[in-house]
Design a protein around this ligand. Sequence first.
Ligand code: FPP
Length: 229
Amino acid sequence: MDGNGRWAEQHGEARIVGHMNGVQGVREALTGCTEAGVRWLTLYAFSTENWNRPQAEVEALMDLLVRTVVNEIDELHQNSVRLRAIGDLDSLPANCRATLDEAIARTAGNTRITLTLALSYSARWEIIRMAKRLAGEARAGRLAPDAIDEKVVSDALATSGMPDPELLIRTSGEQRVSNFLLWQIAYAELWFTPVLWPDFRKEHLFQAILDYQGRERRFGKTSQQVATR
Ligand code: FPP
């Protein structure tokens, strides 16, 4: 969800106003996904590196997260949205963690779509944690190093149990992955748009999905193999 700061600048507002307007982008992305039948939506809301932003912006973002979850939770629950979070959640402020935990527990049984917030998340943080976990298991004699395969690695990541993303959307004209789900996006289709996140609407999501549907996903095979599958 990139471009909140630039949106604010273009509108002569403080950066946090950009983040506040970014909440509309979240609503649009989520309702668009439910209308299109998408079952998994993961939003990169706060990276490990975002802690290095000015303290006032970090605090304002954490407050916004708490307020948004509190304001939206009833509607999310009514619409059968299951909320989840991935990342170094222990590093979040206590009130933020508590609000999230409560919302996650309340919506745990919902089945229409899983909305995962990546918070204090980075793929390298997750990969290091996975390596430590597997090394610990191996040292304890519970895991033979030769038994480590793609499934063992996937199951030791924060996204365990989630399907790999099929489509990755980045807004604001940047064409980077910025430490997001590096293992999981091995075969994801990438879609970039100059639209700033607060201006992101369902129509942009549908445009991305239509584009995705027109692509040939070969997974390393030839075009002919894919066609005759
Ligand atoms: C990146 O834009 C955006 C963020 C760091 C925060 C995203 C947060 C929200 C949209 C708030 C609501 C979120 C939830 C899940 C309730 P940027 O600040 O890097 O923009 P810039 O690159 O233009 O400066």
